[in-house]
Design a protein. Structure first.
Ligand SMILES: Nc1ncnc2c1ncn2[C@@H]1O[C@H](COP(=O)(O)OP(=O)(O)O)[C@@H](O)[C@H]1O
Ligand SMILES: CSC[C@H]1O[C@H](OP(=O)(O)O)[C@H](O)[C@@H]1O
Length: 395
């Protein structure tokens, strides 16, 4: 039986979302509520509802299409169920690192959650050069806990397969398969770039060694059901300040290779290593990147000691798993750098640079670093070698 306050899906607006908040008893019936739609992402509606002097709540609703494109791009609202279920699981394994979910409704495709607007979206905070002293510790822990505890290394095989089924997310995965792994490596209609970048892009499109390596990464993304991924872990999916970090928006969650989340986070940090002009600023980012890896690998290794799987006691297996995740993360990171530079969905780190020459210079660095990361990922044997490669291409 559905506990939904409505009998069919309907897109909410600032009036009907208040009525929903009342029906769900988040406010007393005489409360004077204010409400704004604050969503700035590509896909969903996000309403902030508040009563003067009290904590606000967030009601996020999936539309039956991709908001950024419109009704010509239909998209399942089941992504709201996936997002709510992923947040609830992440809350168990990484408490304090995700927003609290107060309520979710599959029929209306809504998630009611904690309002985090006292924190900053990390991408904006990094562009504004705010300090995030706990970011590496928090994201390293988030990655280690959510990835380890949803994997076969930790779970009974029946439970793991139940999760794989629950988090089957074909439509959202298809977006990533197209926009991250395919379109930017071909002269596709969805691509979006300044014409000055065309010669460099043609070099990528004609580089068959590169295409073979991207095909291998895409195969890994599609076929390796290693752990429950966040699936879209960029710096716009993280709220943070000097003390706290909260990961939001796991609607792309599905079972995939561990290195994918790590690589997306690395790439989105790397835009800052590229665009910051001072060495100190660049080094600050590279330190966050390498500290995140170190926290991730140490925490993941500690969890591994508790695994019940007989093979986890075999010498060399943990090192193999971590090394694969590390080299994959470099390759996935390369794909993310290229797609955010020349694909459909861009980032403010690059597009927000007002001076054309500087912007193009940063984009050229991003494209060439992306290519190097994809081609040379198997030569990287330590986090220091990865940060050195980024340093070389971003100076
Ligand atoms: N829990 C929250 N608290 C405060 N603001 C939020 C919250 N969740 C989302 N937002 C706001 O809505 C924006 C879009 O949210 P997001 O979940 O990324 O949507 P989309 O799935 O469309 O990308 C965020 O950038 C942020 O400004
Ligand atoms: C048409 S979806 C493009 C892009 O948007 C998603 O990001 P977000 O929902 O955080 O704005 C995801 O990265 C998709 O690849």
């Amino acid at each position: 039986m559905s506990l939904s306050p409505v009998s069919s899906y309907q897109p909410l607006n600032e009036q009907t979302v208040k009525e929903l908040a009342f029906k769900l008893n988040f406010f007393e019936e005489d409360a004077d509520l204010s409400c704004q739609e604050i969503g700035d992402g590509n896909l969903n509606l996000v309403f902030q509802i508040s009563e003067k002097g009290k904590n606000a709540i967030i009601i996020k609703q999936a539309l039956p299409y991709a908001k950024v494109v419109g009704e010509s791009w239909p998209l399942t609202v089941d992504r709201a169920r996936i997002e709510a279920d992923a947040l609830k699981l992440q809350q168990i394994h990484a408490p304090d690192l995700v927003p609290q979910v107060f309520h979710s409704d599959e029929l209306l495709a809504v998630t009611v959650m904690e309002d985090l607007s006292s924190l900053n979206i990390l991408r904006t905070g990094l562009i504004n050069r705010n300090p995030f002293p706990y970011l590496a510790e928090h994201i390293g822990t988030f990655l280690a806990n959510t990835l380890y505890f949803t994997s076969d290394y930790a779970l009974h095989p029946f439970k793991k397969k139940e999760y794989v089924k629950n988090f089957s997310n074909p439509e959202l995965c298809k977006i990533t398969e197209d926009l991250v792994f395919t379109d930017p490596f071909f002269n596709s209609e969805t691509n979006d770039f300044e014409e000055e970048l065309l010669p460099l892009l043609k070099d990528l499109w004609n580089n068959f060694t590169l295409k073979l390596e991207v095909a291998k990464l895409k195969k890994s993304f599609i076929t390796e059901s290693e752990a429950l991924l966040h699936g879209d872990l960029h710096t716009g999916s993280i709220f943070a300040d000097e003390n706290q970090t909260k990961v939001i928006d796991p609607e792309f969650a599905f079972y995939g290779p561990i290195g994918f989340d790590i690589g997306q986070f690395f790439a989105n940090l790397t835009f800052q290593a590229i665009t910051r002009e001072d060495t100190e600023g660049k080094e600050e980012i590279l330190t966050i990147l390498s500290d995140t890896w170190n926290v991730f690998s140490e925490t993941f290794s500690q969890h591994w000691q508790e695994s019940g799987d007989a093979y986890t006691k075999v010498n060399g297996y943990l090192e193999y798993v971590l090394n694969k995740a590390f080299q994959d993360s470099a390759g996935f990171s390369g794909c993310e750098l290229i797609r955010r530079t020349a694909g459909l969905a861009h980032v403010a780190d690059l597009d927000g640079i007002p001076e054309k020459d500087k912007r193009l210079n940063a984009k050229r660095k991003s494209l060439s670093l992306g290519r190097e990361l994809i081609l040379n990922r198997h030569t990287l044997s330590s986090i220091g070698e990865l940060t050195q490669l980024i340093r070389k291409h971003s100076s």
